[in-house]
Ligand binder design. Sequence first.
Ligand code: FAD
Ligand code: AMP
Length: 470
Amino acid sequence: MADYQLVVIGAGPGGYVCALRAAQLGLKVACTESWRDPAGAPVLGGTCLNVGCIPSKALLDSSHLYQHISTGAARHGIHCAPPQLDVPTMLKRKDDIVKSLTDGIAALFRKHGVDWIQGHGRLLAPGWIEVSHGDKQSRVSAEQVVIATGSIPAAIPQATVNNQNIVDSTGALEFTEVPAELGIIGAGVIGLELGSVWARLGARVTLLEALPDLLPSVDRELSAVAQKSYRNQGLNLLLGATVSAAEDNQGVTVQYRQNDAVQQTHFNKLIVAVGRHPNTSGLGAAEVGLKLDARGFIQVDTLGRTNLPGVRAIGDVTGGPMLAHKASEEGVRIADSIAGRTITPLNHDHVPWVIYTWPELAWAGSTAEALQSRGIAFRSGAFPFFASGRAKAMGETTGMVKLLSDAQTDRLLGVHIFGPSASELIAEAVLAMEYEASSEDLARTIHAHPSLSEAVHEAALAVNDQALHI
Ligand code: FAD
Ligand code: AMP
């Protein structure tokens, strides 16, 4: 008999959720995890809790508050002395939040009886895992294995991260003072969020983006509105700018090519935020014959099965939307399936995306451009936040909600929001899409007044040219 019915390799939001769910369903479960905090102590939670979603949001919230007090409060008739910035305390607050959450996962493991095997897991064969902890090795057997080893920051040879002045997203959460001039390679989700943090705290931020358009997977209309807002906030967005070299010489000299001209500029710090790479390091993939695709992601079918019997994979290491909630939802479904429940494949189209700038950008489903290219006839309804009573009361009138629905059936096909608390507003849209609701269904749903959600309601009314407040 195997030691465990399930061993999960990796305790990020994919792996730890999978382990918890399987234990809830009565399986004997262990989870191996090799992460250590900066003090060297083993911790759970993966990228998301330690160096991703949570610490970045802690700094985004702190920097938003600082900016609000500095420049927003006076508009409310609240005059403050210029606030004093204390970056070490801001970082400590972030670290405390991370610790309370990672400790919380350990407590949940204890509560549900999940064994945490500290160390690095390597597949020896389907059903056999070797765990290395320091110079000690042990072996565990499992009826089923779930690989949830996540991702690591992608590297480029033009700008080698040295954790001095050239850092990746992890280093960018640890600056102990605000860099006067901050360069960021890559104006994707992570670049824009980290750029926002340090710009709000006073850095002059330049984002160098190789692509000619900002956020190509975002609805073009929303991307244009967001781009204007980011530029107004002082983010210097250089599009079509490909970095060819970066040299750390008491600050960083960066060379880039834009419009066929080679340019050079100097920053105090440079963040490399060019995407994330699947993490299969030391997993034993080649030795056991685990199939990876050309980009290094573990190949899985729609039910998370790899080519090896009894070995599944979830989360960032399998590609698709590299988001925590996608990893977690896969974790739940795969645990259900291992416990004998029938599961349906995850619909990637219904995974909400959020960029936590301010305003926030959130979307789910298809963009207008994607529908056009697929030849799907659709109707569109939009509502700007400047016409929302609640947004006006908050002084947060930038942005809009845009809904796209099928021209024949009126089923919702896409929802795109740039505005205050878009990360919260998108939930209603995802629910509507998941349950195949129409724009008419949303239009008939009563929304509290005054609330930001009324903008979603009005956009739904606008699909039939029946918006009431614009
Ligand atoms: P991970 O969280 O990467 O976890 C994998 C775990 O496996 C790690 O703990 C690792 O130590 C462990 N591991 C790897 N190999 C082994 C091994 N062989 N043995 C044992 N353990 C192993 N996503 C969002 O949805 N919202 C956000 O706001 C957001 N913000 C982000 C901000 C930043 C700065 C970054 C970097 C990422 C952000 N993400 C966000 C992305 C999110 O963090 C990832 O999508 C998510 O963590 C993926 O979860 P995962 O479980 O697949 O992998
Ligand atoms: P994301 O994958 O959303 O994190 O975004 C990463 C961004 O980095 C993408 O938009 C890439 O186009 C961009 N990028 C990658 N390499 C370079 C480079 N050498 N110079 C500038 N931008 C880059």
